[in-house]
Design a protein around this ligand. Structure first.
Ligand code: PHE
Length: 344
């Protein structure tokens, strides 16, 4: 073998090995590359070292120098990949000052998802206003998701295409029509009913959780998102109470004095119904729906609407989180790329 052939073999190997280490995506693929190139028995570097015997005597010195240079480069590529993937160089183990019993610093400590952080904070704010957290199931029945909320049978919100029904279009598994099909809840207003069924007024609860709608996914829509539902029932509760609570809520979450306005709207379970906006960053931003609990809803849970009144609101949690952190695309919250999540 000529010295030129030997050198060119080494150069090719160097390129191949450097690329393999740079491409390694986890500890396993890194280890495979290490064995393939640096392995002491079948490693490619070893094989080339053996072929050095065939290089003419007068070129041996040059071959040796070149070999060591390439070996060093490959070794370095390996260590760089190791540091990148494992957060530290293996050679540290041999360092006498290295104490393996100390807690690792190279590992990143985990953190709560930004939505979970937002939920905790919102719970906290509402807690200070006297609202206790309440929960309801994510698999709901038609009664709690629609019927008790005064949403009539023919209402478009019940359309099978707008909901994740668990039994097809109200049919049970044996094909019979079910009166009360199950679905993934489409709103947290279900929890209003569940709480009122079990408790007598006065009531002040918040419920934070997932809801599901078969929406096309884009920068502001996702088929699963989170809502915060508030409910207050007592004697003489009015829209003024609602507006005060929303104002304190927005001001606490976003900081500074945040003005809130309400516009007329419609929901079957509130009368009057409003759409609430808050003023943020020079413009009005939609907050969510709210209103005075419809007397039919109070009746459905056995409350006397002549004695009690209440307000309810339902706001999207993603939107609040995204405004506050200037997140532009809702999908970033759920693709779980740690480089994104680490920022919060
Ligand atoms: N549930 C409604 C929605 O998802 C919001 C809402 C809640 C409206 C409570 C009024 C009262 O759009």
């Amino acid at each position: 073998m000529t010295i030129q052939e030997f050198v060119s073999q080494l150069d090719q190997l160097s390129e191949k090995a450097t690329k393999a280490f740079a491409d390694a995506t986890d500890a396993d693929s890194l280890d495979q590359a290490r064995i393939a190139f640096l392995g002491s028995k079948k490693g490619e570097l070893k094989a080339i070292q053996k072929s050095m015997g065939a290089v003419p005597k007068e070129s041996k010195k040059e071959a040796g120098l070149k070999f060591n240079e390439v070996k060093g480069a490959i070794q370095q590529a390996f260590e760089a990949a190791q540091a990148r993937l494992l957060g530290g160089s293996g050679s540290r183990v041999a360092d006498p000052k290295f104490d393996a019993t100390l807690p690792g610093t190279a590992f990143r400590v985990g953190r709560l998802h930004p939505i979970t952080q937002t939920i905790n904070e919102l719970k906290d704010i509402m807690g200070r206003l006297g609202f206790t957290p309440a929960e309801g199931p994510e698999i709901e029945d038609d009664y709690h998701n629609f019927e008790a909320l005064n949403i009539p049978r023919v209402h478009p919100a019940r359309d099978p295409l707008d909901n994740f029904y668990l039994s097809v279009a109200g049919k049970t598994n044996d094909g019979a029509l079910s009166d009360n099909p199950l679905l993934m809840r489409s709103q947290t207003s279900t929890v209003q009913i569940r709480v009122m069924e079990d408790t007598k007024p006065p009531i002040r609860i918040v419920s934070l959780g997932r809801v599901y709608r078969p929406d096309e996914t884009d920068a502001t829509h996702y088929p699963m998102f989170h809502q915060i539902e508030g409910l207050m029932v007592d004697e003489n509760v009015t829209l003024a109470d609602l507006k005060t609570v929303l104002n304190l809520f927005a001001t606490n979450y976003l900081g500074n004095e945040v003005p809130v306005r309400i516009r007329p709207s419609f929901f079957p379970f509130t009368e009057p119904s409003v759409e609430a906006d808050y003023f943020w960053d020079g413009r009005w931003v939609e907050f969510g729906g709210a209103g005075i609990v419809d007397p039919n809803v109070l009746r459905s849970v056995g409350y006397d609407p002549e004695t009690y009144s209440g307000f309810a609101f339902g706001l999207g949690i993603e939107r609040l989180c995204m405004i506050r952190h200037q997140i532009k695309d809702i999908r970033d919250l759920f693709t779980n790329d740690v480089r994104f999540l680490r920022q919060f």
